[in-house]
Every structure is written in structure tokens, then in C-alpha cells.
Design a protein around this ligand. Structure first.
Ligand SMILES: Nc1nc2c(ncn2[C@@H]2O[C@H](COP(=O)(O)OP(=O)(O)OP(=O)(O)O)[C@@H](O)[C@H]2O)c(=O)[nH]1
Ligand SMILES: [Mg+2]
Length: 195
């Protein structure tokens, strides 16, 4: 499929099902802890500075943000998890919103699950991966911030992450950087293979 990735825009923000777009355009959702680089990943793939708003302030994205790409594909930016300063009730609301989307959305083709290449996955990262496997949702694990690790150490970090996640070999694993665009072509290839 030919997709003009320059033709991208924010479509809408949704808190629940009733706000989701009603059509059959394929969707790729982005999940990961707050600050891991989900919005930056979207901006890098679409070659845009700040289409998906990024910030040093974690917990900023509160709704499901749907991005239209040339009318043929959508990215769904999901609020990050694991931000300490979020109240219990906010956390429960978040859980409900994301669970509703992931378990009921027919348009969903795969989830890009972002982790930080520098660190072992958190308990929340492991739980998210297990959740996606349980619901048989295809996963593309993207290990971000690769620019902060020397290339010679990438393999070691990749192995540690895979082990902690109990990584399923049928999923994709991509080492990525929004700073130097490492992994950009692989990320697009993996996404296009799912839609
Ligand atoms: N060095 C480096 N910094 C990155 C990379 N990706 C994101 N960042 C930085 O990490 C911070 C958080 O990035 P965001 O893209 O806003 O993270 P997010 O996952 O969308 O965060 P929430 O919306 O709060 O869940 C920003 O300061 C980014 O500039 C990367 O590949 N390398
Ligand atoms: Mg964000």
C-alpha cells in the first residue's frame, strides 16, 4: 500500500468507545510507561517536530489520541503508565480506558510496546506485555533511547529485556532512537507488515 506519511494530522482525542472513529481503517496503538518516548516515536515516524505533543512532564497525555495518516492508517497514542504522582482513582480510570480500547477495538492491528533500551523492563512493562499476549494482540517491542547506549552494548541490553519480558519470538523487536532515527525503517516495515 502507498501511504503518504507527510499527510498526517491529529484526528481526535477519545476517553471512551463512543468517541472512537467509526470506520475500518487499521490502527496501531503505542503503549509504554510515561516518558519512554511514545509521542516522540510518532513524531519521528511521521517526520514531524511536535505533531504528537512531547514534554519533559510525564503523565501529560490523558486521552487516547488518534492520528490519521493519509486516510489509510492511524496511530493511537495511549497515555503512559507508571507515573508515580497519579492518584488511585486516576489510575483506575486510565486502566479502564486502555483496557476497553485494547480488548474491544476491531481496527487494532498491533501494539507498539515501548521500553527503554537502557533499563530492565519495569513490572508495569512486563504486565502490559503479558496482557497483550493474553489477548493475542500482535506486539512490536520498540526499545527507545538507543542513542544513549553505545552500539557495542545493544545486544546485551536487548537480551536482558527479552528475558525479563519472556519475549515471544513471533513478535518484532526493534532498537530505536528518536534522536538519531536508528531503527526508523525497521519500525515502518514492521508496522506496514501488520496492516
Ligand atoms: N535521548 C533520547 N530522548 C528521547 C527519545 N525519545 C524521547 N526522548 C525524550 O524523552 C522525553 C519523553 O518523551 P515523550 O515522547 O514525550 O514520551 P511519552 O512516552 O510520550 O510520555 P507521556 O506522554 O508522558 O506518556 C522527552 O524529553 C523526549 O525528548 C530518544 O530516542 N532518545
Ligand atoms: Mg506522550
Amino acid at each position: 500500500m502507498e501511504i503518504n506519511t507527510h499527510n498526517a494530522e491529529i484526528l481526535l482525542s477519545a476517553a471512551n468507545k463512543s468517541h472512537y472513529p467509526q470506520d475500518s481503517i487499521p490502527e496501531i496503538a503505542l503503549a509504554g510507561r510515561s516518558n519512554v518516548g511514545k509521542s516522540s516515536f510518532i513524531n519521528t515516524l511521521l517526520n514531524r517536530k511536535n505533531l504528537a505533543r512531547t514534554s519533559g512532564k510525564p503523565g501529560k497525555t490523558q486521552l487516547l489520541n488518534f492520528f490519521d495518516i493519509d486516510g489509510k492508517l492511524r496511530f493511537v497514542d495511549v497515555p503512559g503508565y507508571g507515573y508515580a504522582k497519579v492518584s488511585k482513582s486516576e489510575r483506575a480510570k486510565w486502566g479502564k480506558m486502555i483496557e476497553e480500547y485494547l480488548t474491544s477495538r476491531d481496527n487494532l492491528r498491533a501494539v507498539v510496546s515501548l521500553v527503554d533500551l537502557r533499563h530492565d523492563p519495569s513490572a508495569d512493562d512486563v504486565q502490559m506485555y503479558e496482557f497483550l499476549k493474553y489477548y493475542e494482540i500482535p506486539v512490536i517491542v520498540v526499545a527507545t533511547k538507543a542513542d544513549k547506549i553505545p552500539r557495542g552494548k545493544w545486544n546485551k541490553h536487548e537480551s536482558a529485556i527479552k528475558k525479563k519480558l519472556n519475549f515471544d519470538k513471533s513478535d518484532d523487536f526493534i532498537i530505536f532512537s528518536s534522536v538519531n532515527k536508528a531503527g526508523l525503517d525497521e519500525a515502518w516495515d514492521a508496522i506496514l507488515a501488520k496492516i
